[in-house]
Design a binder for this molecule. Structure first.
Ligand SMILES: *[C@@H]1O[C@H](CO)[C@@H](O)[C@H](O)[C@H]1NC(C)=O
Ligand SMILES: *[C@@H]1O[C@H](CO)[C@@H](O)[C@H](O)[C@H]1NC(C)=O
Ligand SMILES: *[C@@H]1O[C@H](CO)[C@@H](O)[C@H](O)[C@H]1NC(C)=O
Ligand SMILES: *[C@@H]1O[C@H](CO)[C@@H](O)[C@H](O)[C@H]1NC(C)=O
Ligand SMILES: *[C@@H]1O[C@H](CO)[C@@H](O)[C@H](O)[C@H]1NC(C)=O
Ligand SMILES: *[C@@H]1O[C@H](CO)[C@@H](O)[C@H](O)[C@H]1NC(C)=O
Ligand SMILES: *[C@@H]1O[C@H](CO)[C@@H](O)[C@H](O)[C@H]1NC(C)=O
Ligand SMILES: *[C@@H]1O[C@H](CO)[C@@H](O)[C@H](O)[C@H]1NC(C)=O
Ligand SMILES: *[C@@H]1O[C@H](CO)[C@@H](O)[C@H](O)[C@H]1NC(C)=O
Ligand SMILES: *[C@@H]1O[C@H](CO)[C@@H](O)[C@H](O)[C@H]1NC(C)=O
Ligand SMILES: *[C@@H]1O[C@H](CO)[C@@H](O)[C@H](O)[C@H]1NC(C)=O
Ligand SMILES: *[C@@H]1O[C@H](CO)[C@@H](O)[C@H](O)[C@H]1NC(C)=O
Length: 835
């Protein structure tokens, strides 16, 4: 074995020799490394002096003021040894400056000494606060720059054209500032800087198309252009760039595009298209993206089937396909993706059971499967899977009991099981995760139990959904001490009595949504002028037994619903002064004062004003301002009198007006016809009188779908013009004093005789009474010009078939006033009316 020993000795010797030279080389001796140049040292110090150190200027937890150690004299006077400074070994010139997260605060202007460092190749000033400085055009003095990072450091304004002169740039990060890239634009940048490998412009206001030429940047490996206001169609060629590894274009809602066929050899690791307007299908060939780890297309407009070939992407760690238009499918293709730690497949039309093979995905921490059609029970392996942080299975068809083991998951932050068919009893005392902030069980057939002893060990909830959870008649005492509450749903729980004082003291700064709908609450234990939750935005107290005066919400309120209670007295002045109010619903109470004039005040923020069925009297305030935002007004079933106020004409966004069953004494408000969006007009059972004038212009009443003028004293001839309202679905002029032929055509052919009942003078179809001497039903098509065309100059009343109480406004309170809701409403009425 001597030769082996010899060999080893020689090896060791040569290693030692190498080490010796290596150490010599590293321990800088003056002869081997030049000191920094005085003018650069000076420039650096001047730069330091032009700024202040402010801890709050950086947000990285490891941030510290690197420049603090920069000194003029002494041992450390060589600027090449300063923290964040990098020098060229041979020339001694400063070639790199990394002052990221250095707590720098202040402005950088055009004479900043920074621009004297003309040898800089690398400049990183990220995560500081440059106080909305513009990027000075003197940046052109740094022609050797190849890596520029100014991200997240409060720069603002237009990115200067001079940056295009820095032709050596390979990496630019200007993201998370207040910058614009418009003159020059993205196209100019890409044309000038053809060596780009990294282009990060997150949040830069580009507001333009992505130039086709971007697909020529053959070295591009990382492109971040999220939140940039991108438009037009995204050049497909970019996906196929040979070096591309990271692509994020998310949050550009007007950016359209399609995914190409993918080929083998792609290096794509990250693909984020979230909240863009991408459509088409996910190609089967996506399985060729062998390196893909992060794939997120949530909130796009993709359709077709989810390709099962996604199941071949065995490196995937993050997958989100939520909120698209996929056709239905099961989840079995997920089985082999054992490296996944986050799955989001919300609203993907998924059906079937939650596959048991998901139990093999041992890295899984987030599972979002809400808003699907999943059936079956919660698989028992879920409770064994201690990594779970988010488990969202809400709005499915899951049934059975909830395995208790789920409540013991130690790291859970979100557990959403609402809107399923779960049954059984849930004891909140079993909850083990201290970090659970979102806990939602509402909309099942569960009984939630727990008592004040449990309250000590419970996590601090922020979102708590316990609507319809059979809480036993009283406010759940386990909520004692829950002072982080933000969103609380306790509706339909048969809770009786007062809202207790201890609950009123919870979340006074944090609570923004409180829903106590459909209980038997009678009031508040502690009387207060204004409800104590200072940041409350949504409050629903409807369907209780609240008595006494109307509770006044805080000024932050946006949506206040307290209908169907037993409230009495006045609408307090304070209600008029809620600056953010959008929905005010006080219907079906016993409020019995005069209507306050000041209610007009809220017309410039509110969308919905529902005072239906109270005892309100007096005139409707003539105080709707010129910036009126109201979309729905329901003053029906009160004692209101006087005229329909003319200032209502300011409410050009109005879609629904219901003032039925009051004592309004006015002529037909033909001026309402100018409302371009009016769809529902209900004036029945008032003291309206006179002739219904013909619309003065063809656009008038254009969108009307429901008109009810019955039970008034209108007289005269029909409103042929109305027949051209192609939206009109429900129409009723019964019980007036109308005469003449009924128009024909369009929707009018679909109304039956009940629409025209009890108008002795009316004739023509659908009534059996024929019109005399050629006066037969008029074609409803253009018979314009002149009153001769309107023999039925109407005194009609329209639609009548008993509106279900609150239905009209209920549709609007569905929150979104979208067309589909109207269609539903109209269909609903129409169906009733045909019966
Ligand atoms: C920051 O900008 C404001 C407004 O331009 C200015 O008043 C203030 O002096 C600036 N602060 C510093 C430290 O430059
Ligand atoms: C830059 O110029 C402004 C005037 O334009 C001056 O007030 C400021 O002191 C100068 N700063 C430096 C660092 O020279
Ligand atoms: C720029 O610097 C910030 C802060 O250090 C860092 O998070 C970011 O990744 C850098 N950008 C690039 C493109 O390296
Ligand atoms: C971009 O690439 C396309 C095709 O690869 C080529 O035809 C075109 O000339 C290139 N444009 C520029 C400006 O280089
Ligand atoms: C999305 O694209 C469709 C056409 O595919 C277009 O009709 C729609 O308006 C676009 N949506 C947005 C938000 O730009
Ligand atoms: C989705 O795409 C379709 C056409 O493919 C388009 O009509 C629709 O408006 C798009 N939806 C959205 C929300 O942009
Ligand atoms: C990819 O998935 C499809 C469908 O699941 C399968 O048929 C195919 O064999 C897979 N290809 C590879 C390369 O794994
Ligand atoms: C999972 O991978 C195995 C091979 O590793 C393959 O046979 C099987 O078809 C794959 N299953 C799915 C659902 O893709
Ligand atoms: C889970 O993985 C094991 C091997 O670890 C395998 O035998 C089993 O078939 C897998 N189960 C499912 C349902 O895929
Ligand atoms: C859950 O874990 C327990 C104990 O470790 C084990 O007995 C049981 O089989 C596991 N259940 C499932 C469904 O994996
Ligand atoms: C709710 O569950 C109880 C038993 O736990 C059952 O009697 C009742 O019918 C269920 N209700 C519904 C609506 O399923
Ligand atoms: C509309 O509002 C303005 C200002 O609030 C008011 O002066 C005007 O009279 C209103 N218009 C009508 C038709 O009342």
């Amino acid at each position: 074995m001597p030769s082996a020993v010899h060999f080893l000795t020689v090896r060791m010797f040569s290693l030692l020799l190498l080490l010796f030279f290596y150490l010599r080389a590293c321990h800088s001796s003056p002869s081997m490394h030049r000191l920094c140049h005085d003018e650069e040292s000076h420039a650096l110090l001047q730069f330091k002096q032009s700024l202040v150190i402010d801890e709050s200027a950086s947000s990285d937890p490891s941030a510290y003021p690197k420049v603090a150690s920069w000194k003029v004299g002494g041992e450390s006077r060589d600027c090449c040894s300063w923290d964040g400074v990098e020098c060229d070994r041979d020339s001694g010139h400063v070639i790199g400056l990394d002052l990221s997260s250095s707590c720098l605060y202040g402005s950088i202007d055009s004479n900043s000494s920074l621009f004297h460092l003309v040898h800089l190749g690398r400049l990183n000033l990220a995560d500081n606060n440059f106080n909305n400085s513009e990027i000075p055009s003197e940046i052109r003095n740094l022609p050797r720059l190849f890596d520029l990072n100014l991200s997240f450091s409060v720069f603002s304004g237009q990115i200067p054209a001079e940056i295009l002169e820095l032709s050596k740039l390979v990496s630019i990060d200007l993201g998370l500032n207040y910058l614009k890239l418009q003159k020059p634009g993205l196209q100019h940048l890409v044309e000038a800087l053809t060596n780009l490998e990294v282009l990060h412009l997150r949040g830069v206001d580009i507001s333009a198309k992505v130039p086709q030429i971007m697909a020529n940047l053959s070295s591009l490996s990382s492109l971040f252009v999220m939140d940039c206001g991108l438009q037009g169609e995204f050049p497909m060629g970019i996906f196929q760039l040979p070096s591309l590894r990271f692509l994020s274009i998310r949050n550009n809602p007007h950016l359209t595009g399609y995914l190409p066929e993918f080929h083998r050899g792609s290096h794509l690791e990250t693909l984020k298209l979230t909240k863009t307007n991408f459509s088409g299908q996910l190609p089967e060939s996506i399985s060729n993206l062998k390196s893909l780890k992060h794939f997120d297309v949530a909130g796009c407009n993709f359709s077709g089937a989810i390709p099962s070939s996604l199941g071949n992407l065995t490196k995937l760690a993050y997958l989100s396909l939520s909120y698209n238009n996929f056709i239905s499918g099961t989840l079995h293709w997920l089985c082999n993706l054992t490296t996944l730690n986050s799955i989001s497949l919300s609203q993907t039309n998924s059906y079937g059971e939650i596959p048991s093979c998901l139990g093999n995905l041992t890295q899984l921490a987030d599972l979002y499967l809400n808003h699907n059609k999943l059936a079956g029970q919660i698989p028992s392996w879920i409770g064994n899977h201690t990594l779970f942080i988010s488990l969202a299975l809400g709005s499915n068809r899951l049934h059975g009991p909830i395995p208790e083991s789920i409540f013991r998951l130690p790291n859970l932050e979100e557990l959403s099981l609402q809107e399923n068919l779960f049954r059984g009893t849930v004891n909140v005392g079993l909850l083990r995760s201290r970090s659970l902030v979102s806990f939602q069980l509402n909309g099942n057939n569960l009984s939630v139990i727990g008592n004040i002893n449990d309250s000590v060990a419970l996590p601090k909830f922020q979102i708590l959904g316990l609507g319809g959870c059979n809480l036993s008649g009283e406010f759940p005492s386990f909520l004692h001490g829950q002072n982080h509450l933000e969103c609380v749903e306790l509706g339909e729980n048969n809770i009786e009595g007062h809202i207790p004082k201890w609950f009123m003291n919870l979340g006074t700064e944090t609570l923004w949504n409180l829903d106590l709908f459909g209980n038997f609450l009678t009031g508040f234990e502690q009387s207060v002028d204004i409800l104590p939750w200072n940041n409350l935005r949504y409050l629903r107290l409807s369907g209780n037994k609240l008595e006494g005066a109307l509770p006044i919400p805080p000024r932050s309120i946006i949506n206040y619903q307290v209908s169907d209670n037993r409230l009495t007295g006045v609408i307090p002045q304070a209600i008029c002064n809620l600056p953010s109010l959008v929905i005010l619903q006080l219907s079906n109470n016993n409020l019995n004062s005069k209507l306050r004039q000041c209610l007009g005040n809220i017309s410039n923020s509110a969308s919905v004003l529902d005072l239906r069925n109270n005892g309100l009297s007096g005139d409707i305030p003539d105080a709707f301002s010129s910036d009126c935002t109201l979309r729905a007004i329901d003053f029906s079933q009160n004692q209101l009198e006087g005229k329909i106020p003319r200032s209502l004409a300011n409410c050009t966004k109005l879609e629904i007006l219901n003032i039925e069953k009051n004592k309004i004494n006015d002529v037909f408000p033909s001026w309402l016809g100018i409302f371009p969006k009016l769809r529902v007009l209900i004036l029945r059972s008032n003291r309206l009188h006179g002739v219904i004038g013909k619309p003065r212009a063809t656009f008038e009443f254009q969108r009307l779908q429901i008109v009810d003028l019955s039970g008034n004293c209108f007289r005269g001839h029909i409103p042929v013009q109305l027949a051209q309202l192609t939206f009109l679905a429900v129409f009723n002029v019964s019980h007036n004093v109308l005469s003449g032929p009924i128009p024909r055509g369009n929707q009018f052919d679909t109304f039956d005789n009940t629409s025209f009942d009890s108008n002795p003078g009316l004739c023509g179809k659908p009534l059996s009474r024929k019109c005399g001497n050629g006066e037969d039903s008029l074609p409803a098509t253009k018979r314009d010009e002149g009153s001769a065309a309107y023999p039925l100059e109407f005194g009609w009343k329209v639609v009548v078939m008993g509106y279900a109480s609150g239905l009209v406004i209920g549709v609007i309170l569905g929150c979104v006033m979208d067309t589909r809701k109207y269609e539903w409403l109209v269909k609903n009425y129409f169906a009733r009316w045909q019966r």
